[in-house]
Design a protein around this ligand. Structure first.
Ligand SMILES: Cc1ncc(COP(=O)(O)O)c(C=O)c1O
Length: 388
């Protein structure tokens, strides 16, 4: 072949990773196209198996490494990465449900999951109903011949009730219905979802595993080979691959996850205890706090409690007054999500969140960051003056 032009030479310049270069950080491998030596090699590779690479969307050494580490964190066998936590929820629903099937959701489930069921899934002929996560018998009474999937959330991400997971899973196993746990709160650290018997563990890596508030990613983990294969097909059909740079950020953050989780947990418990003694507050929702809904189930199962707490203000304060309190906060910033270094506060209207919601006053959910807890407490204290 005639000598190539410089532009071609630069693109086809041979490259091999340096032999013998051994280091702890994982290399960032980026590719859409994966090159095959010849057509026979191309035909011999199958994207459904992890022993070869076929196309960047289906995995690179970087994303396969992150998948393996998340599977280990969750105590599972297989993990699929998705571009967000919500995309992971979508993946599970699309892989397992078809027209005529029914989905059951806890009535305190992550809001967009509810919206997805109401809008997109409903439009596809997939029905849904809500069960009370604190009453396993409510779940048992709803499971019918068309029920194919039950979502579990522990704790509920806004109202933070901790369900009797073993009992809920037990009901589903008895009836042969697949369970999917949103394990974002527990992060694979507070309790072992697969030991409780769930079939699927979904994790918004956006929160604690990222820890920086700068990456969006989700994960779907299973122990069962056939279930994984079903999810993997849907993952491929929906085109839910993730980029190598985002995977790299997660790989860098994972080693500090247990330390960060413990720090968020410690500070949140301290603030929960402090809030509980405040006269402005009707109830503090935090699973590790005695008296918080489901505390006994948390105590029976968990060794950690994440960094979320919700505060129900005394009903004598209007929603506008509570908004003024949130607006007066200086260190706690106003914004969605959790698990990052910056503390966040969001007022939620929970009147429609749970059927027969017992919470009468306005509710604010706090995500406790990594600031000094004394500074956070001082910030809350100065902002409470806005209530008066
Ligand atoms: C409990 C829970 N699950 C899932 C998600 C979705 O994660 P993402 O923001 O990555 O889509 C969130 C996000 O707030 C969440 O709180």
């Amino acid at each position: 072949m005639a000598s190539k032009r410089p532009v071609t030479e630069l693109i086809h310049h041979p490259y091999q990773p340096p032999a013998g270069f051994e280091a702890v950080p994982v290399g960032v491998h980026k590719a859409s196209t994966v090159i095959f030596a010849n057509t026979a090699a191309m035909r011999a590779r199958d994207w459904r198996h992890k022993d070869g690479y076929t196309y960047g969307l289906h995995g690179t050494p970087t994303t396969f490494t992150l998948e393996a580490r998340i599977a280990t964190l969750e105590g599972g066998k297989h993990t699929l990465l998705t571009p967000s936590g919500l995309a992971a929820i979508v993946l599970v629903n699309f892989a397992l449900l078809k027209s005529g099937d029914e989905l059951l959701l806890p009535d305190n489930v992550y809001g967009p999951s509810k919206e997805l069921a109401r809008s997109t899934l409903g439009g596809l002929g997939i029905t849904h109903r809500f069960y009370d996560p604190l009453r396993p018998q409510s779940l048992a009474s709803l499971i019918g011949e068309h029920t194919r999937l039950v979502w579990l959330e522990a704790a509920g991400s806004v109202t933070l009730e901790f369900p009797d997971l073993r009992a809920l899973v037990g009901v589903c196993r008895e009836r042969g219905v697949t369970t999917a746990l949103d394990n974002t709160w527990g992060a694979g650290l507070a309790f072992a979802g697969f030991e409780v018997g769930v079939d699927i563990s979904m994790h918004a890596l956006t929160k604690y595993p990222s820890g920086g508030g700068d990456v969006l990613m989700g994960a779907v983990t299973t122990r069962d080979d056939a279930l994984h294969q079903r999810l993997k097909l849907a993952h491929m059909h929906l085109g839910l691959g993730v980029g190598a740079n985002d995977a790299e950020m997660l790989l860098r953050s994972l080693p500090s996850l247990p330390l960060r989780y413990a720090a968020h947990d410690r500070a949140a418990r301290q603030l929960a205890t402090w809030f509980a003694a405040r006269p402005e507050v009707a109830q503090v929702l935090h699973p590790a706090l005695p008296g918080s809904p489901g505390h006994e189930h948390w105590a029976a199962l968990c060794s950690g409690a994440a960094g979320l707490l919700s505060v129900v203000f005394d009903a004598r304060y209007s929603a506008a007054q509570v908004d003024a309190f949130v607006d007066a906060l200086k260190l706690f910033r106003i914004g969605y999500s959790w698990g990052g270094p910056v503390s966040l506060a969001v007022p939620y209207d929970v009147s429609n969140m749970r059927r027969g919601s017992p919470y009468r006053g306005a509710l604010v959910r706090f995500s406790v960051g990594l600031e000094a807890v004394e500074d956070l407490q001082a910030d809350l204290e100065q902002a409470l003056a806005a209530l008066r």
